[in-house]
Design a protein around this ligand. Structure first.
Ligand SMILES: Nc1ncnc2c1ncn2[C@@H]1O[C@H](COP(=O)(O)OP(=O)(O)OP(=O)(O)O)[C@@H](O)[C@H]1O
Ligand SMILES: [Mg+2]
Length: 363
């Protein structure tokens, strides 16, 4: 737990609707929430994880840093969406140096982009000997003896954009993570029982991310183009209002009686799409891992708070659905942070908390 101060990083979640910043100190009694802040972005500055307005986003980051008086310039941030592919693959067993030289050609078949256009990263989940051992434990007759590797491929141009963005903001990109893994990190730090099978679902403004994990290892993860903006856009066209006004209506601003039912219809139809997407992922998981049972769905992301979503997801999946509280195991000074404000923000802070818990030298 003790991370040397010089290795500590600031967690910066650059989302399409807002940037979230978290700073955590590692004290004797545990992890202390030192700083939390959020700043909104104009609607088209970041679109589905790709930076469209570099200057605007950089100036928002600078403002956030200034307002919170942050000194540490080492930042952990994350990418998500179509530009990053996370996949668990199997391959014939080999040692680490062999893996290093062959991963590029092995990865080619799993990646829908030109292999020269991506940065590849990988993590050995299980060696051939370990998969054999595991098969034996389960009483399976034949073991594949194959090794399991988590492959992460990120488009170079997108990675370069994030690095340039942080440099333009006067910061040092110390750790580049993936939203799904950062959120998993926050889950593991905050859960009472992190062991077991969980589906982590993050519904943001433009992305819906699903990450199914077992005992701390991701089995399957994917991001799709769903999110709260679908609702905002439907409100814009239904009520003929601009984006900001539509956001207000969505978040419970003044409504006329006749608007209420139109709004509920929009909520229902979009929520139904999200639930279908999550169910498709769970079905895929059940086919790929027939022995594993998801015990709970953990929700995060601002849009997971849309009224009715949690209940409907519970009903449709027959699984308990809970909200992930990334602040749960942090020491919080109530004189500094208003607890109501933190509970309101908890759904949006997961990725940033997970990032803030990384340290320099982490992948
Ligand atoms: N209480 C709430 N009820 C419903 N929706 C909410 C609530 N609070 C925030 N939202 C919505 O959540 C979205 C923002 O969530 P979040 O901060 O997780 O997204 P983001 O990280 O900026 O976007 P993305 O991850 O998709 O790039 C917006 O669409 C916002 O309208
Ligand atoms: Mg997000």
């Amino acid at each position: 737990m003790a991370v040397p101060k010089k290795n500590q990083v600031i967690g910066l979640d650059i989302g399409s609707q807002s940037i979230k910043l978290v700073e955590i100190d590692h004290g004797k009694k545990g992890r202390i929430l030192k700083n939390f802040g959020i700043i909104g972005l104009p609607p088209d500055a970041i679109v589905e994880g790709s930076i469209k307005e570099m200057e605007i986003v950089a100036s928002a980051i600078k403002t956030l840093y200034r307002n919170l008086k942050i000194k540490n310039k080492n930042v952990a941030t994350s990418i998500s969406g179509y530009s990053v592919i996370v996949k668990k693959i199997e391959m014939s067993d080999r040692d680490e140096s062999e893996l290093e030289t062959s991963i590029q050609s092995e990865a080619e078949q799993y990646i829908p982009f030109d292999i020269n256009d991506v940065n590849l990263d990988y993590d050995i989940l299980r060696t051939g000997a370990e998969t054999t051992e595991n098969a034996k434990e389960k009483g399976e007759k034949s073991a594949s003896g194959k090794m399991e590797v988590m492959l992460v491929a990120a488009k170079k141009d997108v990675v370069e954009d994030y690095v340039s963005l942080l440099q333009l903001s006067g910061l040092n990109p110390a750790v580049l993570d993936v939203d799904a893994f950062a959120l998993q990190n926050a889950f593991e730090a905050s859960a009472a029982e992190p062991e077991g099978c969980y589906a982590l679902v993050n519904v943001g403004a433009e992305e819906l991310g699903i990450n199914a994990i077992k005992d701390g290892v991701s089995m399957f993860s994917r991001d799709s183009s769903y999110g709260g903006n679908q609702i905002t856009e439907a409100i814009m066209s239904q009520f003929d209002v601009a984006f900001a006004e539509a956001e207000k209506i969505k978040l419970g601003g003044e409504k006329l009686e006749k608007e209420k039912s139109a709004l509920e219809e929009i909520f229902t139809s979009v929520i139904t799409e999200w639930v279908q997407e999550i169910k498709r992922a769970l079905d895929f998981l059940a086919t790929s891992y027939p022995d594993e049972n998801i015990q709970k769905i953990m929700l995060s992301g601002g849009s997971s708070r849309i009224p009715g979503f949690r209940k409907y997801l519970e009903l449709e999946t027959n699984l308990p659905v809970e909200e992930l509280n990334p602040f749960a195991n942090l020491l919080i000074n109530e004189k500094v942070f208003d607890s109501k404000y933190l509970s309101y923000m908890a759904s949006q802070a997961g990725v940033a908390v997970g990032l803030a818990l990384r340290s320099i030298g982490d992948k």
